[in-house]
Design a binder for this molecule. Structure first.
Ligand code: GLN
Length: 304
């Protein structure tokens, strides 16, 4: 990595744009004009050094089960430190939270065991930024269907109905190019995002406050959740189910951005978090040292 101009601080938060100049895309430079280039892409300072030492915005990742390491690695690729959260009191030390994918029933049992639900609900109620991916989306939904007998506890806060395992069992997991106009308009890059759906849920209904960020076409009888007679009648017809939403400071995706090399959902969330942070603080916690002239290696496999 060679800096195009000298950077006077060793503590800056950077974002990596794999498209770099090719798509004329650059994550917004907020507090410094320092830009360094690497390969075909580009590092941009998204949050400068001001306020790094005090009132830092720290991203928590619920680390009970599931893909929390992958989220932490994705944050690290952006130069941001993710902190594992396993206990209620640890939520007091973070300003935003990612709830990873995994298995929501198991995660709910572990959250109950650690008495995390009251603190998690309080966190959401306070309007702190929270992003749920896959099982994390189920956790955040006000209503979930397709749950195991006896149901499972949810955090709630996201005004939607989510259907667990909507696309089928584990072997029906799939990848799909999703149209993501809102993401592309704020984060740049292509108009599509490669969604990795692993025994994924889908959102069937949303309230008026919820902004739909991505949907996915399915046969109409599936979207309607209707009977086998309807299935015969509606063969060939398509409807859409919702797979990414935002409601205020809650972000939810039915798929797994942390398993791809495309970090735009992470930067989108970090900006949401930083917007809130700016009221109390001005920056995210950096883990990259600009003077090292090295990109932090990816410790975990990701889809390219
Ligand atoms: N099917 C899982 C559940 O219901 C979610 C899968 C995932 O997070 N990839 O919890």
């Amino acid at each position: 990595m060679s800096a195009s101009e000298p950077i006077g601080h060793s503590q800056c938060t950077l974002a990596w744009s794999p498209w770099g100049d090719r798509f004329g895309y650059e994550i917004k430079v907020q507090t410094s004009k320092a830009i360094a280039s690497l390969g075909g892409g580009q590092w941009s300072v998204v949050s400068g050094p001001a306020g790094v030492d005090k009132n830092m915005a720290i991203v928590g990742v619920l680390a009970l089960q599931g893909s929390f390491n992958e989220h932490i690695a994705a944050l690290r690729r952006l130069g941001v430190k993710g902190v594992e959260v396993r206990k209620p009191e640890q939520l007091q030390n973070v300003t935003s939270l990612i709830i990873p994918g995994g298995e929501s029933t198991t995660m709910a049992k572990l959250a109950e065991y650690h008495n995390l639900f009251p603190a998690l609900r309080e966190f959401v109620k306070m309007g702190k930024p929270v992003w749920g991916t896959c099982a994390g989306l189920i956790f955040l939904a006000n209503k979930a269907t397709g749950q195991k007998t006896g149901g499972q506890e949810l955090i709630g806060g996201l005004d939607c109905t989510v259907n667990r395992n909507f696309f089928g069992s584990q072997i029906q997991s799939f990848e799909a190019e999703l149209s993501v106009p809102e993401l592309a308009s704020t984060e740049g890059g292509p108009e599509t995002f490669r969604g990795v759906f692993i025994r994924a849920p889908a959102i069937l209904e949303v309230g008026s406050e919820v902004q739909v960020l991505a949907d996915y076409p399915v046969p109409s009888y599936k979207a309607l959740g209707s009977s086998s007679e309807d299935q015969e009648e509606n063969v060939g017809e398509e409807k859409k189910v919702i797979v990414a939403v935002r409601q205020g400071k809650i972000l939810a995706t039915a798929f797994h951005p942390e398993l791809t090399a495309d970090t735009r959902w992470h930067t989108y969330f970090l900006k949401m978090a930083n917007d809130v942070g700016e009221e109390a603080s001005t920056s995210l916690v950096p883990v990259l040292n600009l003077s090292s002239n090295q990109q932090t290696p990816n410790e975990l496999p990701i889809f390219q």
